[in-house]
Design a protein around this ligand. Structure first.
Ligand SMILES: Nc1ncnc2c1ncn2[C@@H]1O[C@H](COP(=O)(O)OP(=O)(O)O)[C@@H](O)[C@H]1O
Ligand SMILES: [Mg+2]
Length: 154
């Protein structure tokens, strides 16, 4: 491990299926990030990204698995992987646009009962993490890989 990164267990793997499990997952992600050497705000950013990915897996894929790791290539980081075997994201470019939820603009759905989301989750993950890669195939599932750099003393 590079200097600056604090010691932590190498991997945390959590299967998630129900909304009630998201709070505990968020707390564990935050603790993992803190043990890896991220500052407080960065830990919350990782936790929010994890909970957005988890919420999507629950809503759109029937659940999935979140894995957190500490790595140091090309530099120290906390890596988040959210993997599911759901239906995949048919129009990824569109899904990444803020406010688009399930293909429609959530701002135009005035009755909150008429929508399941605000369409801000994937965009939030992109903004909160330093590097994000989304792999999705219709009928096969979705994998989001995201990394947050751990600052090192120079
Ligand atoms: N794991 C997933 N499996 C299938 N579709 C997904 C998944 N994650 C996101 N999506 C699709 O991408 C869209 C945008 O996701 P997001 O930005 O989190 O907004 P929201 O969850 O509010 O709809 C979702 O509405 C959904 O259509
Ligand atoms: Mg979402």
């Amino acid at each position: 491990m590079m200097p600056g990164a604090r010691s932590s267990s190498a991997e945390l793997r959590i299967a998630i299926q129900r909304p009630a499990e998201v709070i505990a997952l968020q707390a564990r992600a935050r603790a993992f990030a803190a043990a890896a050497g991220l500052a407080n705000v960065a830990c919350w950013e990782v936790a929010i990204a994890v909970s957005e990915a988890a919420t999507n897996m629950i809503k759109f894929a029937g659940g999935g698995v979140v894995t957190l790791r500490v790595g140091d290539d090309p530099r120290p980081h906390v890596a988040v992987e959210a993997h599911d075997r759901g239906g995949g994201i048919a129009h990824l470019e569109e899904a990444l646009v803020d406010n688009i939820s399930e293909g429609v603009d959530a701002r135009e759905v005035s009755d909150p009962r008429g929508r399941r989301g605000l369409g801000l989750g994937l965009g939030a993950i992109k903004r909160l993490m330093d590097e994000v890669e989304i792999d999705s195939a219709v009928g096969e599932g979705t994998t989001i890989r995201a990394r947050k750099w751990i600052p090192t003393r120079s």
